[in-house]
Ligand binder design. Structure first.
Ligand code: ATP
Length: 230
């Protein structure tokens, strides 16, 4: 599996929030997307997921151009998002939220049972109403919900936000289990050092444009690209 993003631009009304972004990610790789608040990171993920229309460019999954497809059709092809703020159904149980995640119809390594092995936090709370759980439990459930859809590409939008460091470490420890089955991960993360600790490649955005991208980048170079200083 290869995800190719080519010359992608998107925006909201008059505002072009993302301009001419290109990269490619292979099965099992982690791409960290970094940048300051408002740089366009979430906009990039939403455009890849099909929640936002591309103004220019294409999203190609394993040779198939999916740019014109709605989000639901991309999800059935395995392009799945863990959105910022989790977006669980708070009045449903954890198990019911996970069952909704299986609606991609995709079969693979991940089932409700196997995600429970990966996230004991979820296993212990299956019959609990999602809205009653702690932030960490909700985030684990949101990741598990995407996983049971057996993603080719899993996009994680700021999964660390507002969570205790110990929980965040646990999530990052699990990423290897996910990528080793071939899933590519696009990771939006405010904590740049944490993102770099797991990333195979980095894409740095500044005001909607690529300021730096590549593999094995030097931290000083990344810091300069992040803040837009030379
Ligand atoms: P953050 O870390 O704050 O989430 P981000 O890098 O994810 O930032 P985006 O959320 O993609 O940035 O926002 C990029 C630009 O698009 C910003 O100028 C933002 O104000 C604008 N924007 C984001 N969502 C909307 C929206 N729904 N309507 C209008 N403008 C939006």
């Amino acid at each position: 599996m290869t995800l190719v993003v080519n010359d992608l631009s998107a925006g909201y009304g008059q505002l072009t929030a993302l301009r001419n972004i290109s990269f490619s990610v292979e099965a099992g790789e982690i791409l960290a997307i970094i940048g300051a608040n408002g740089a366009g990171k979430s906009t990039l993920l939403k455009t890849i997921a099909g929640q936002l229309k591309a103004l220019t460019g294409s999203v190609v999954l394993d040779g198939e151009d999916v740019t014109a497809l709605p989000a639901s059709a991309r999800a059935r092809r395995g392009v799945l998002m863990v959105p910022e703020g989790r977006r669980l159904f708070p009045s449903l149980t954890v198990k019911e939220n996970l069952q909704l995640g299986t609606s991609t119809g995709r079969k693979g390594a991940w089932t409700i049972e196997t995600v429970c092995d990966l996230f004991p936090l979820v296993a212990e709370r299956l019959n609990r109403t999602a809205g009653q759980m702690s932030g960490g439990e909700q985030q684990a459930t949101a990741i598990a919900r995407a996983l049971v859809g057996n993603p080719e590409v899993m996009m994680l939008d700021e999964i660390s936000l507002g969570l205790a460091p110990a929980i965040v470490v646990e999530f990052y420890d699990r990423l290897g289990e996910i990528t080793k089955r071939g899933t590519a991960v696009l990771l939006v993360e405010q904590d740049v050092k944490r993102a770099l600790s797991v990333a195979d490649q980095v894409h740095c955005l500044l005001e909607g444009q690529t300021s730096l991208a590549g593999r094995n980048l030097d931290f000083a170079e990344i810091a300069a690209a992040y803040f837009g200083t030379e």
